[in-house]
Ligand binder design. Structure first.
Ligand SMILES: NCc1[nH]cc(CCC(=O)O)c1CC(=O)O
Length: 306
């Protein structure tokens, strides 16, 4: 039976851009669609660091509830914001072709501060730890809010710079005057990819979305998210992961840091296409065995909600 596919999204400019992209692709295939935007808890609480809110999935929960209540048929997310376990009844229906995976530093003035005592801003534990690992004499300030809000705060403060996902800026056509690509920084698992979820029993919608799925991106993000899931067990730790498709294999880099960036557990490894489903977990096991488990234990007690 043909029906209108109701697309749930957050109401930030980036989220709406992503929802419209999915809408355009579905419309091009002949489906009828409608966008329904909601405010998420993660967008409403801006005065606390994310990890202090103590919930993973703070950006996705509102949409999960709307979908479980039958108010929307699908939800479009930045895949890196989606917890590795989906609520019961909700399934991964499509992963769209990945955009730029890099993090960038948007800075003010020249970059002399890199060699001195710079102050940069980010709300991400992963970015903070990697920054301090590379620039131990720097200070990292907390920065929350959607991309537009964060860019405004960078203008209003005396920080030297702030870190953004290149994909987020490109999507809403924000072109900073001065920035550097942080090609040494390992991105968040699934950074730059969009995930569309649907209700498990909704076969009409799932068949529609199946046509948007990009297999290579699905493979890479599966590896990265399995790596994350095996390491973290429900806690937002400083973890980076990036899988890339090579000619005959998939190469992977994964990393786990202490909060201050001093301790680092890193793995670089490749696998063939047959074994990709267990690859992320295997890489995480190696890290856990080589000291990562002790660090994860420490991180869990440090990040416990106060
Ligand atoms: N954490 C917020 C968030 N979630 C997705 C993106 C951008 C798109 C992406 O990274 O896939 C951003 C902004 C950022 O990290 O700067």
């Amino acid at each position: 039976m043909k029906k209108t596919i109701r697309i749930g999204t957050r109401d930030s400019e980036l989220a709406l851009w992503q929802a419209h992209t999915v809408q355009n692709q579905l419309n091009a295939l002949g489906y009828t669609t409608e966008i329904i935007a909601v405010k998420s808890t993660g967008d409403l609480i801006l005065d606390k660091p994310l990890y202090e809110l103590g919930i993973t999935g703070i950006f996705t929960k509102t949409l999960d509830v709307a979908m479980l209540k039958g108010e929307v048929d699908i939800a479009v997310h930045s895949m890196k914001d989606v917890p590795t376990s989906l609520p019961k009844g909700i399934v991964q229906a499509a992963v769209l072709e990945r955009a730029n995976t890099l993090d960038i530093l948007v800075h003010k003035g020249n970059v002399d501060f890199l060699n001195t005592e710079g102050v940069i801003a980010t709300g991400s534990l992963r970015r903070k730890a990697q920054w301090l690992h590379r620039y131990p004499s720097h200070t990292v300030e907390d920065l929350r809010g959607n991309v537009n809000t964060r860019m405004q705060k960078l203008h209003d403060h005396s920080w030297n710079g702030a870190i953004f996902a290149a994909a987020g800026l490109e999507r809403i056509n924000l072109k900073p005057d001065t920035f550097i690509n942080l090609d040494w920084m390992i991105p968040a698992p699934a950074q730059g990819a969009m995930l569309v979820v649907a209700m498990e029993e909704d076969t009409y919608t799932r068949e529609a979305l199946q046509q948007l799925n990009h297999k290579e991106t699905e493979i890479c993000t599966t590896i990265e998210r399995n790596f994350l899931k095996t390491l973290e067990g429900g806690c937002t730790a400083p973890i980076g992961a990036l899988a890339t498709i090579e000619k005959d294999s998939i190469s992977f880099e994964g990393v786990l840091f202490s909060l201050d960036g001093k301790e680092k557990h890193y793995i670089k490894k490749s696998c063939n296409f047959v074994d990709y489903k267990s690859f992320g977990e295997n890489c995480a096991q190696i890290i856990l065995e080589q000291g990562g488990a002790v660090l994860m234990q420490q991180l869990r007690s440090q990040l416990k909600v106060k």
